[in-house]
Design a protein. Structure first.
Lengths: 331, 331
DNA sequence: CTGAAAGCGCTAACAG
DNA sequence: CTGTTAGCGCTTTCAG
């Protein structure tokens, strides 16, 4: 490995000069700057990021810990984060907590040990312990879900979206809307259920029908099966995320029910496939890219300013996109 | 920040003892081991991963550089990599090269500087320069696409899969199968086109119709538009990846063509939505999870053995899954 | 079995 | 403007 002292020897200057020249310090003569650059080039020198980090007590990588890599919602967020990170010369270390509190804790530990410059986290639950990070002084911004700790957050009005979805189902003429939401300990699951409940209660004479299930596709099949097996089965479903929705479709088809005729469906998240399934899926779209971009922007500010200022909370809105799956049409 | 010397003071031992105790070195008395553990606990000590890496000249993180985070094929690979990495005490740094040679080079530089223990890369093209990594002695395994450099690889028989897809289209009764493949410089795009061409030529009397497009959804839109606008338009499409397939569906619908009646379609990659679009999509499925798992296994071996032994090449097979989109049925 | 001390490669005072 | 030097926090000889 060629190190800075090798370059110094080759360029016949001190290591300090090499460091300065390579880091664009203005008070180094053009002549030496050139000699250093040439020597470094000739030797194929690459600075050792580890050593630099140790000395500087900081890294130029941020961590993004998301709940599920296979969920398009989170990959869209990832793109938002990446774009603004790159604009600011930061790399992003993506971690997949997989809706698993243990993995989440592991990754939190890893990024703390690696002394990343900051972290963006979609916490599994508000109880996620980020005290360690806080003690270490590593800036954190929470996305998608709240944290009991007082940190910057960028969220979407999940509850409002859920209410909109449910109201839409009711307005479309369905009589027994139900809700398939995520695991009980996930905040987004609670919020979406709460929105559903608000809408249903506001209408007075409607039954409250809901079930908790995993946020994965198989959660959707289980949830749908359970609801559809019940004595007073629902005639419409508000589903909490797009992966579950796929499972719901699967199960509903298996039972030979016709979506949009026998059963109305609307789901959270405008997945890329939503317009193309049969029938096209009505959705509550979340501004995923913007969530990522805003979170990264907030984080970069914290990193640059060294944590000053009070915490900021950003709330983004969802938008209802009506397609066919939620319409009540005669066969 | 509490450092090792603080723990040493608290436990009234030397820093060396703390280091040994915490790293499970057997030649430290049970008594001291306990005292150190307690002191560390009391102080909330977390080892500094950066410092450790600098000293050890190695990290316990590997990098996975993929071509596109939003492609389910790559997220499935990611899961495979993550699972075996975790089993081996490694964290994975996921980087999204985004089918962009510049971003790819940037990330390659970053992971080199960060001195990761190894990297798994799906190279944009065989020409991707990994010489730097090689010089640094960082193990590398290529996935999904070849590299001109001689490294471990795990690939799938793309060409065979493409041939199977095309033959299936022909066997189903379509007369003018065409191919929408990826960008000209992407190897997977070339291979899938080659497989298509082989099948078509083997049948003698068939036209060779194809177009290159981006691997994204809008690539599918453009490709389909271009092909369908041509004078002698195809009556069936073999599409090179699932994101393009979504675009193809979009464009085909816009034109009012009926898939499975007017037009046959089959695509690479069994995306989660494939069974649920209208009509259900026939696909060539790739063992994505296994690709990731095998690649990680290979990488871990290299890391452990310090690069010894000759390079290994693994070839996985695809499987044809026939659903409705490729069937020729009367309206 | 334990401690003292030498660096890993780099940056940032501090001198000159 | 350039060079010398002291560490960043940790692991690992080398002594004891």
């Amino acid at each position: 490995m060629v190190k800075i002292s090798d370059v110094a020897a080759e360029a016949r200057v001190s290591v300090a000069t090499v460091s300065r020249a390579l880091n664009g310090n203005p008070r180094v003569s053009a002549e030496l700057r050139r000699r250093v650059a040439e020597a470094a080039e000739r030797l194929g020198y690459r600075p050792n990021g580890i050593a630099r980090s140790l000395r500087r007590q900081s890294t130029d990588v941020i961590a993004l810990i998301i709940s599920d890599v296979s969920n398009p919602f989170f990959t869209a967020i990832t793109r938002g984060v990446e774009d603004v990170a790159r604009q600011n010369g930061l790399s992003v270390l993506l971690c997949n907590a997989d809706e698993d509190p243990v993995k989440e804790a592991t990754y939190l530990g890893v990024v703390e040990q690696q002394k990343v410059a900051g972290v963006i986290l979609s916490p599994h639950s508000a109880a996620t312990d980020v005290g360690r990070l806080h003690d270490t002084g590593i800036p954190l911004v929470a996305i998608d879900r709240h944290l009991s700790a007082d940190v910057d957050t960028v969220m979407v009005r999940s509850r409002d979206g859920a209410r909109d979805a449910t109201n839409h189902l009711i307005d479309a003429g369905w009589h027994r809307p139900a809700c398939i939401t995520g695991p009980e300990d996930a905040e987004t699951a609670q919020e979406r259920l709460a929105g559903y409940l608000e809408a249903v209660r506001a209408h007075g004479n409607l039954a409250e029908i809901f079930v908790h299930a995993s946020f994965r596709q198989e959660g959707g099949v289980r949830g749908a099966a359970q609801l559809l097996d019940a004595r007073n089965a629902p005639d419409a479903l508000f589903v909490a995320n797009s992966q579950q929705a796929l499972g719901v479709i699967e199960e509903v088809r298996r039972r030979g029910r016709r979506i949009g005729v026998d059963l109305g469906i609307i789901t959270f998240d405008d997945a890329p496939w939503a317009p193309f399934v049969d029938p096209p899926m009505s959705v509550i779209a979340q501004p995923a890219y913007d969530i990522g971009a805003q979170a990264a922007t907030l984080l970069v500010e914290r990193i640059r300013t060294g944590m000053q200022g009070m915490t900021r909370h950003s709330m983004l809105s969802t938008t209802l996109i009506v397609r066919e799956s939620s319409r009540l049409s005669s066969p």
